[in-house]
Design a protein around this ligand. Structure first.
Ligand code: ADP
Ligand SMILES: Cc1cn([C@H]2C[C@H](O)[C@@H](COP(=O)(O)O)O2)c(=O)[nH]c1=O
Length: 223
């Protein structure tokens, strides 16, 4: 049975990389699908990962009907059996409903990737609708870390290096503290404290003699 799955996590946790991998693994087995995105950092009509990979994608615009688009694509190529949608937080709620119709009426799997909350810790409307409608929500496995070492659960925006909690919900950008408008990921405690930067906890002391530490194990394996 086709499913609508929402893969979510903070910025920079590997969502686009996973989207590319899922597309690659399917197309390597001759399966055919559509790739949608909206406002990727790298530009229009591209789905890009910070690891350097990218693929062509259909740019979703404000009035784009994702159900009608998929239905037309299926008429031309009945083998299409999956849809990947990156930056799904930017979809309008109606477009998420169209993706649910793609699953239920066209029986095509939809894999949506996106952040849930904005720099103010508020849900994006598209993510809210995905949480409401998805068959499954998968929290990304690769953890991002706050500067303190705790798991990062929230996204923060910096303007001129200062953390802000007011402004437009959508400003396309990257995790870059030096950018005029940039982002960073934080644990809830430091998001609430508005501390985008701090002194990281020192790394644990080296392992006691006779107990191999990380570096020593790596050295052993290379012999
Ligand atoms: N130089 C690097 N070496 C290894 N991994 C990297 C490197 N640069 C980025 N990454 C990985 O890529 C992830 C970001 O991938 P990306 O798919 O662009 O994230 P997202 O779409 O969630 O914002 C980082 O969390 C990190 O795991
Ligand atoms: C928190 C937050 C993010 N954005 C933008 C910034 C990026 O362009 C994307 C997230 O991309 P990623 O692949 O997950 O890194 O969203 C925004 O517009 N508003 C925000 O509050």
């Amino acid at each position: 049975m086709a499913e609508l799955i929402f893969f979510s996590g903070t910025m920079d946790c590997g969502k686009s990389t996973l989207a590319l991998q899922m597309g690659h693994n399917r197309s390597a087995r001759g399966r055919r699908g559509l790739v949608f995105t909206r406002d990727d950092r790298a530009g229009r009509s591209v789905l890009s990962s910070r690891l350097g990979l990218s693929t062509a994608a259909v740019e979703v615009t404000e009035g784009c009907d994702l159900y009608a688009y998929t239905e037309r694509a299926l008429a031309a190529d009945p083998e299409i059996d999956y849809v990947i949608c990156d930056e799904a937080q930017f979809l309008a709620p109606a477009q998420v409903e169209q993706l649910a119709s793609v699953v239920d009426e066209l029986r095509v799997d939809v894999f949506a990737f996106g952040i849930t909350t904005d720099f103010r810790t508020r849900l994006f409307p598209g993510s809210r609708r995905l949480i409401e409608l998805a068959d499954e929500i998968r929290v990304m496995q690769v953890e991002t870390l706050c500067w303190c070492g705790a798991r990062a659960t929230h996204n923060a925006r910096t303007v001129g290096g200062e953390m802000v909690v007011e402004g437009e919900q959508v400003v396309v950008g990257d995790v870059a503290p030096d950018a005029q408008v940039g982002y960073t990921v934080l644990c809830r405690r430091h998001h609430r404290a508005r501390q985008a930067y701090g002194v990281p906890t020192p790394a644990p002391a080296p392992a006691a003699a006779g107990v191999p530490g990380h570096t020593e194990v790596a050295a052993d394996l290379s012999r």
